[in-house]
Design a binder for this molecule. Sequence first.
Ligand code: PHE
Length: 338
Amino acid sequence: MLDKIKGLMEEVEGATPSTIAQLEEFRLKYLSKKGAVAELFSEMKQASPEQKKDMGKFLNELKSKAEEKYLAIKSLLEDTVSESAAIDSTLPSAINIGSRHPISIIRNEIVDIFSRIGFTVSEGPEIEDDWHNFSALNFPEEHPARDMQDTFFLEKNPDIALRTHTSSVQVRVMESTPPPIRTISPGRVFRNEAISARAHCIFHQVEGLCIDEDISFADLKQTLLYFSREMFGKDTKIRLRPSYFPFTEPSAEMDISCTLCGGKGCNICKYSGWTEIMGCGMVDPNVLKNCGIDSEKYTGFAFGMGIERITMLKYQINDLRIYFENDIRFLNQFSGMI
Ligand code: PHE
């Protein structure tokens, strides 16, 4: 009988039930009321007290081995079952794919509109030197025009700053590319301003530059009218008001007819019918010279707009700060847009 127990022990050790059905078979064979272990216990009753001692020891060992194995495999199989129940491959996909940030959506749209009329995209560094951000653009040193854009300078080296506009990229393009040039430069810019609903220390711009022979103010005006109508609808009107920038002469600010009331007057346009969206002008000949372009032969226009502002008008957003808060409830509204 001891041999029988040892044989069963080997059997139990070697058994590998891997499904619920096989495990049940294992239980019935060894652990049920009519199973091998119970049978041996009842056979043991006929044995002598001497034999009983050894047999009892081995039989108990066999019993607990079989029970241990049963419980271990049972919990393993239950885990797998609940895991596979959690993944229902027949359900429609519920994966949240997120959404593009509204600033990126509008940046892409602006790039798209200008690329349709032959503008390329140029990029440059966000950390700039004085030459590319100011001096080449005709901001004389110590000139109060530099105060128009509150700048973050590097404390240890005031020649280095975070760019205040992407006009710096246009200087780089002019220095490295002979005309004709037709390019836009979208990017992040930085100004040392107090954060409020209308101003932020980080924002995004798209600036444009077109340089060739015989480029006139009429080309500028037509390009901006085309842009405004593509962006805000075919009935959009534009108007140009005289302004000042060191790098353009003449300079202007451009308004579009209010996107909400269409020009009739409402509280968004402060009852004027117009909203300002960008600065522009003819590139100052000094800037062309600074960048190695023959200002007798070539003329050009430039313009620059804030993407946050365009996005606010497009989606009727009234607080700049929301762009940087990463509030899922705000961002989710733009899902599915490219
Ligand atoms: N660089 C100007 C700004 O950041 C915008 C501008 C660009 C104005 C080009 C005129 C021409 O305010």
